[in-house]
Design a protein around this ligand. Structure first.
Ligand code: MN
Length: 391
């Protein structure tokens, strides 16, 4: 078609891609554990380690009653007060101050109860002093390189250099420089927390890799994921398992195409020039002279979307599963999800598709078919697709 240029499509797109980059940055930085401290050759998690994972996961989810139990179990398993405190402090870099502070407050409550019950818990070691001849920035820079096995820079670190500085000085220096927990343990804490959180899949993926680099075995990570699945959050655990598998297989991570029991047939797998990525289409009702409406069931794989297009007779979309994105020309990109109803006015260019890591299914109702078939326009670029702030 037909009068619209690519420039016009872009007209109101103001990129929020930087936000996504910020999120990535936290992850890239947070890998970590001192490999040299890894003296445990057993391929199974110890009871202490299982409790560490439960504590980190419940703290990350903000599930205080379950955290209470996990903190108790951890102390019973022989974790010191200082070790539990240290992992909750570390978590603030991944979960934010509110979750971390709530978790520390809960630890205080747990300890008060145990004191009343005359249970004696080990206080634990204090951190060794930091080298006096090095700045925190130097310590953190060294730790980061050792932990990740590579130099990290460019991209978002160039865009926001102060974040690079904070991560080195603070996360890798001030936090990872404290030897109350070794790096393998710290990495377990981080992986358990990220496995329990939504929307940090790229970070989780990085940390699985760095965890292995620092001595966590595939079996141990699989056991960690099982704890998440069984004790914390089944859905998050399933996603974490897919991500772990993608790291083991050295393949890019894609969420399940069919993460649910479909209502209608998925239909035929389709990929052609009118779409980016792969979709499935099942025609349900064909328009005829008595009924000028056509209805189809469409499923988009994660990241897949239509080209820009418009419908001379208009269209209604009923989202039946997953999460996706929708945009009309000149409007912001919207996140859409199961239960949403979208009315596409006649002749207004728009696109629809899945979210980056989640498939989306909608029933597409083509109205007033006698006014003409869909008119396909340009593909939706990655920049256009990503110009969204997740809600
Ligand atoms: Mn449409």
């Amino acid at each position: 078609m037909v009068g619209y240029t690519k420039m016009e499509y872009n007209m109101t797109q103001h990129s929020i891609k930087y936000l996504a980059s910020f999120a990535l940055l936290v992850s890239c930085f947070s890998f970590g554990i001192k490999a040299q401290n890894n003296t445990d050759t057993s391929n199974q998690l110890s009871n202490k380690e299982k409790q560490i994972i439960a504590i980190a996961a419940h703290a990350a989810q903000g599930n205080i009653p379950k955290l209470h139990t996990a903190l108790n179990n951890g102390l019973d398993a022989g974790l010191s007060i200082g070790e539990e405190k240290e992992m909750l402090i570390q978590l603030y870099a991944y979960t934010g101050f509110p979750r971390s502070l709530n978790a520390l407050t809960e630890l205080m409550a747990v300890l008060a109860k145990r004191k009343n019950a005359e249970i004696k818990d080990a206080t634990g070691e204090t951190s060794s002093p930091f080298p006096s001849n090095k700045t925190l920035l130097q310590i953190g820079t060294d730790n980061q390189a050792q932990l990740t096995g590579r130099k990290i820079g460019g991209g978002v670190y160039e865009f926001a250099p102060v974040m690079d500085q904070y991560l080195k000085e603070h996360l890798f220096g001030a936090i990872f420089g404290r030897d109350i927990l070794d790096w393998k343990t710290r990495e377990m804490v981080t992986i358990a927390a990220l496995s329990s959180m939504e929307g940090v899949e790229p970070q989780l993926r990085s940390h699985f890799g760095v965890g292995m680099h620092n001595g966590l075995t595939q079996d141990q990570l699989s056991e960690l994921v099982t704890i998440i699945e069984k004790e914390v959050d089944t859905k998050r655990g399933e996603i974490a398992r897919q991500i772990l598998q993608s790291v083991i297989d050295q393949k890019p991570y894609k969420a399940d195409v069919i993460p649910y029991e479909p209502i209608f047939e998925m239909g035929q797998k389709t990929s052609n020039d009118n779409f980016t990525g792969t979709i499935y289409h099942e025609p349900l009702i064909k328009a005829d002279t008595a009924n000028q409406v056509s209805i189809g069931n469409v499923t988009f794989e994660p990241g897949a979307r239509t080209n820009w297009h418009y419908h001379p007779g208009g269209q209604v979309l009923l989202v039946t599963n997953g999460k996706g994105r929708y945009q009309e020309l000149g409007q912001a990109v919207r996140e859409i999800q199961k239960g949403d109803v979208i009315k596409c006015e006649p002749n207004i260019p728009h696109w629809h598709g899945a979210a980056p890591n989640t498939a989306m299914t909608h029933i597409a109702i083509g109205m007033n078919q006698h006014k003409g078939a869909v008119v396909w326009l340009l593909p939706v670029t990655d920049t256009e697709y990503n110009a969204i702030q997740e809600r």
